[in-house]
Design a protein around this ligand. Structure first.
Ligand code: 9MR
Length: 367
C-alpha cells in the first residue's frame, strides 16, 4: 500500500470508529452497525473474537475487561458473530476446587452471546495447561482421574448444551514433532491415549448438537504435527468416535514467513469429512524502540490477516474465523513475548489498523 493510501486508510478508520466509540454507553450491544466485520461477512460465516478475562489479564493493572470496560463490550457485541472465552471455561477457572465449579463468568459470556445473537466456541476440556493444582498435584488412582474428567465434561458441556456451536474438546495434544504429549498432559500421561476418544464421546453425549474439535498451534502448514492430527483423526473417525472438526489457532509472527500451504492443509482435513476453523488469530511483531509498529509492519500484518482469512473462505468447510482478542491493550502477546506486540487489529482506543480494514474488505468481497 502506498503511504498516501495508508494515511487515507488510517484516516477513514479513525472517522469510522468515532460513532462506534461514542455510542458505546447509549447503544445496546446488538451489532446493528453496517460497517462492522459481522455485517460484512457472508451468510453462515462466523467472525469471532476471544472474550478478554482470566489468564494473563489477572496480573495486569486493569480490571476484568469483559465486565468492566463498556466500550470494549460494545465493540465485542457489534463487530463479532462468535465469541470464545479466552480463559473463563478453562479448568483452573471454571473448576477451581474438586467439588466446586465457578460458572459465573462463563454463564455471563454465554448470556452476552445470546443477547448479541452470537455463537460460542467452548475452550477447552482436555489440555496440559491451566489445570488447577488440586488436579495436577492430586494423587488420584486411574479410575478416580477418569471419573473426574468424565464428570467435568458432563457438567460443563451439559450446562451449556445447545448454546455452544463448537467445542475445543482436545487442545494442543501433540508436540511440534508430532509426538503425543505423554509427559506434560496429565490425562494422556496417567490414562493413555485412549482417554482422548473418551473425552469426545462424553462431550457428544452431553451435547449432541455441539461440533467437537481438535485445536492446536503450529498446525497451519502440512508438517509433522498436522500430519499427526491427520492420522489420529482418520483413525478415530474410522472407529466411530464423534470428532467433527480440526482447527488451527493462527498465532503468527512477522518474524516468520506466512504458511502458504494453509489452504491446502485445511482442505486435506475437509477431505476427512471434517469442519475446519481458524480459532485464535493474531499476528505479532518485534517492535522497534518506542513500541510503535512501522507502516511496513502494519502493511505486512494486514497481509497476513487477509491471507489467513482468505484461506479459510476458500475452504467450504471453514465457516468460523476467530481472532484472539481485537485490541492491543488486552493482548496476551506482550506478556508472553518480550519486545513483541501490536498483534491485534485495533489500537487501544478501538480505532482500526490496516489489518481490520483488510479483514472487513475481504469479508465484504465474499458476500
Ligand atoms: O490468551 C490466553 C492468556 O490469557 C493465558 O494467560 C494463556 C495461558 O496459557 O493462554 C492464552 O490463550 C492460549 C489458548 O488458550 C490456547 N492457545 C494459545 C493461547 C495463547 O497462549
Amino acid at each position: 500500500m502506498k503511504p498516501a493510501r495508508l494515511i487515507m486508510t488510517l484516516f477513514t478508520a479513525v472517522t469510522l470508529s468515532v460513532p462506534l466509540a461514542s455510542t458505546a454507553s447509549a447503544a445496546p450491544e446488538t451489532g446493528g452497525h453496517h460497517d462492522t466485520l459481522r455485517w460484512a461477512a457472508p451468510r453462515g460465516f462466523h467472525i469471532g473474537s476471544a472474550v478478554a478475562g482470566g489468564g494473563h489479564h489477572e496480573t495486569q493493572p486493569y480490571p476484568d475487561p469483559f465486565t468492566s470496560d463498556r466500550p470494549y463490550r460494545q465493540v465485542l457485541g457489534a463487530e463479532f458473530s462468535s465469541v470464545s472465552p479466552e480463559n473463563q471455561m478453562k479448568w483452573e477457572y471454571i473448576h477451581p476446587e474438586r467439588d466446586r465449579y465457578n460458572f459465573g463468568m462463563a454463564d455471563a459470556i454465554v448470556r452476552f452471546a445470546k443477547q448479541n445473537r452470537q455463537v460460542v466456541r467452548g475452550h477447552t476440556l482436555l489440555w496440559h495447561s491451566q489445570n488447577p493444582e488440586w488436579l495436577e498435584k492430586g494423587e488420584f488412582t486411574k479410575d478416580e482421574l477418569r471419573a473426574i474428567l468424565r464428570e467435568h465434561i458432563r457438567t460443563v458441556v451439559g450446562r451449556y448444551a445447545g448454546r455452544i456451536q463448537q467445542w475445543d474438546v482436545a487442545n494442543e495434544i501433540f508436540t511440534d514433532s508430532g509426538a503425543l504429549r505423554t509427559t506434560d498432559n496429565v490425562w494422556i500421561r496417567e490414562l493413555g491415549p485412549g482417554i482422548i476418544a473418551d473425552a469426545f464421546r462424553w462431550a457428544h453425549q452431553a451435547d449432541p448438537r455441539a461440533k467437537l474439535f481438535f485445536n492446536d498451534y503450529n498446525v497451519e502448514s502440512v508438517n509433522a504435527k498436522s500430519d499427526a492430527y491427520y492420522a489420529l483423526i482418520k483413525d478415530l473417525r474410522a472407529a466411530g468416535v464423534p470428532v467433527h472438526g480440526f482447527s488451527v489457532q493462527g498465532h503468527l509472527s512477522l518474524d516468520y514467513g506466512f504458511p502458504g500451504d494453509l489452504e491446502s492443509n485445511l482442505k486435506r482435513f475437509a477431505g476427512l469429512g471434517l469442519q475446519t476453523a481458524i480459532t485464535e488469530v493474531d499476528v505479532r511483531m518485534t517492535l522497534q524502540a518506542g513500541g510503535v509498529p512501522t507502516e511496513a509492519q502494519l502493511r505486512q500484518q494486514a497481509d497476513y490477516y487477509q491471507r489467513m482469512l482468505t484461506a479459510c473462505l476458500n475452504v467450504s468447510t471453514c465457516c468460523s474465523f476467530t481472532i484472539w482478542g481485537f485490541v492491543d491493550k488486552y493482548s496476551w502477546v506482550p506478556v508472553f513475548f518480550q519486545g513483541q506486540g501490536a498483534a491485534t487489529v485495533m489500537w487501544n482506543d478501538f480505532t482500526h489498523k490496516p489489518a481490520y480494514d483488510a479483514l472487513r474488505s475481504t469479508l465484504a468481497g465474499r458476500r
